[in-house]
Design a binder for this molecule. Sequence first.
Ligand SMILES: [Mg+2]
Length: 308
Amino acid sequence: MAGAVSSHGCRRLLGPQLRDLLIQKHCVLFDCDGVIWNGEKAVAGAPEVVGLLKKRGKRVFFVTNNCTRPRESYVQKFSRLGFKDVVQSEILSSAYCSAVYLRDVAKVQGKVYVIGCDGVHKELREAGVPFVEGETDVPGATIFDCPLDSDVRAVLVGYDDKVNFLKLAKACCYLRNPDCLFLATDRDPWHPLPRGRVTPGSGSLVVALETASERKATVIGKPSRFMFECIASQFGVDPARSVMVGDRLETDILFGSRCGLDTVLTLSGVSTLEQAQGYRDGRTTDKAICVPDYVVDTVADFLPALAR
Ligand SMILES: [Mg+2]
């Protein structure tokens, strides 16, 4: 049941129940980081699960807020980690969907000022959306004397490991124009790294710009519905026959619920069973929509249900 209510949700999925769920569903959406891989290591069993789902005639899509890579680089990563036959059209990243939004929805007339990594630049280039990279100034330039491009009509901000004060300041200057669009790839607050370290996510940069510009960004990535709309419009996917599998309650599960999908939390990533149950049993109703319908330890739990 999509949009779980408080007395439901967080149901442990075991072999027979998983088999029943998969019989009902035609389409499975997976988050990537923390679900089918962690860094450069595939979650055990994940390549087999994806292969078997396809063999059983299911549509499989990968929906990721990670905007650092272009989709062609994801195709290579899937192949490197042992996933067979994953093609570019099955991968929807927040970088790709931001480019689609700027081209097809906003139809922006002019350039996009980008704070982001290579993934965003490549997707914009491929979509034919003109843009200005944040990092084009001579060393030592400051916000007092750097040039501003009068053709900029949108600011797009995403994860950028080379962000600096001048990039943020220039974005703020462009956002002074109320006709300049303000887009964010996603609001992910932080990302886990090996050995207990973390890195700030796109969301931390978005909030910095929102504070300085006193504006709110339009967010493309999960939990916004736009990434599912991209899939639904391109592939005619029915939300009632689709399921979202993710590791983060506030992004993946909320995204699935908002789009009318059944949701499965996998415990191989960021969110814990205790957090999910806390949202289910808590008194704050605003978190009820982040409660997953089902819970599995890892996607490998799908394997018995797919075996014949
Ligand atoms: Mg994740």
